[in-house]
Write a protein that binds this ligand. Structure first.
Ligand SMILES: C[S@@+](CC[C@H](N)C(=O)[O-])C[C@H]1O[C@@H](n2cnc3c(N)ncnc32)[C@H](O)[C@@H]1O
Length: 366
């Protein structure tokens, strides 16, 4: 994902070098496509469950496979993970094997009992709750949900914090949500949410209401960055965007606050498991062109170390990706999901990269 994390309070950060060679350590696991919301922007195209989704026994078998493959941490997402009745048993099995979990959810299906069980029975560390806006009408439009869900989710955020989980609130950057990001930052300060994550647009699957593909959405965030820097409480900004260190808006921001670039982990220390068990290096690439194996039948460690697409992601320049750009050694060859959605080729150029765009403009004499 192309994320910018505005962190108000210290915590939940790592100093690990994302480019350093690594074994498989983390997984994104989209447990279901079933979702009670109908977001216009959704890179998993969720809605109804798929008939081949893993059943409880298969999911528990996979957890044991994860452990054998050396996985330490799993990011649970979907669809809406709380649509699965067996979610807590699956997380509990991971906890029993020492695997920590983080959950991405729309926050609408939670209650105190569920949170108490998660605390007692699992090693869940944190929640990321989607909250695109504080305006109920826009909330309904963005999330494909009744506007009345907004106060429910805000109340559930309080329960999550009261239960002691690290809490991130996330917003998809779109023209409609941009004006509401400063109010979300103020609300984060007021409610004590430690992190506000801005998801920059990725164009796989549903993209109703997203910025145009050729638009530089990050530049539009300048007033948000200034507001963040003026908050009475702020810690740092983390980016998970390969080329962020070269973006003019990020360079300006780095003069005002500490900015740490954490690149992209897809294929470097992470794989994604989709609801039917298919493996892809990247959570935003749940597409046949990116499938590298099947978790039901394949050895995860072997897929991770041998799949040609993972190898390309670890060593882009060796495979012709960005090999004429001096930054490739530090940016890792851009975002493969953006390359795929813009050019139709996973190993094509990432045309959302500001350096690529600058060079293209020069060549064309723009
Ligand atoms: C796919 S959702 C699934 C989990 C859960 N149902 C939820 O609403 O958070 C996980 C996260 O991806 C973000 N997201 C979905 N589609 C996106 C896209 N095309 N670009 C950027 N972020 C996206 C959502 O805002 C959400 O925070």
């Amino acid at each position: 994902m192309l994320d910018i994390k505005l962190k108000l309070k210290p915590g939940h950060s790592t100093e690990r070098d994302w480019m350093a060679p690594s074994p498989l350590r983390t997984l994104f696991w989209n447990l279901t496509y079933s979702c009670n919301f109908d977001c216009g922007i959704c890179f998993t195209d969720s809605g109804a469950a798929h008939r081949r989704e893993l059943d409880t026994r298969e999911a528990l078998d996979l957890v044991r496979k994860f452990h054998e493959a050396g996985v330490l941490d799993v990011l649970i997402s979907g669809g809406e993970p709380f649509r699965r009745q067996d979610l807590i048993s699956i997380l509990a099995e991971m906890g029993r094997l020492g695997i920590t979990t983080r959950i991405a959810s729309n926050g609408s299906l939670l209650n105190k009992d569920i949170l108490t069980r998660l605390r007692r029975e699992t090693l869940t560390k944190s929640f990321q709750i989607s909250l695109d806006t504080l305006d109920p009408r826009l909330y309904g439009l963005m999330h494909g949900a009744p506007p009345e869900m907004l106060p429910v989710v805000l109340e559930n955020l309080r329960l999550i914090q009261a239960a002691g989980f690290h809490t991130t609130v996330s917003v998809r950057l779109a023209e409609s949500t941009l004006p509401g990001i400063i109010p979300l930052l103020d609300r984060a300060l007021h409610e004590g949410w430690p992190t506000l994550t801005v998801h920059c647009p990725v164009y796989t699957k549903r993209v109703r209401g997203a910025f145009a593909k050729n638009q530089d959405a990050i530049s539009a965030l300048a007033p948000v960055f200034e507001h963040f820097c003026d908050l009475p409480q702020r810690w740092l900004v983390e980016t998970y965007i390969p080329w962020a260190p070269y973006h003019p808006a990020m360079l300006r921001l780095a003069r005002m606050v500490r900015v740490v670039h954490r690149g992209c982990h897809a294929g470097r220390d992470r794989l994604t498991v989709n609801p039917t068990g298919l493996l892809s290096p990247c959570v935003c690439l749940d597409v046949p062109e990116a499938y590298v194996g099947d978790a039901r039948t394949d050895d995860l460690g072997e897929v991770f170390s041998k799949a040609p697409l993972c190898e390309k992601m670890r060593h882009p320049a060796r495979h012709g990706i960005c090999n004429d750009c001096a930054n490739v050694a530090s940016c890792g060859g851009g975002c493969r999901a953006q390359a795929f959605t813009i050019t139709g080729r996973i190993d094509g150029p990432d045309k959302s990269c500001p350096v690529w765009n600058g060079r293209a403009a020069k060549k064309e004499g723009r």
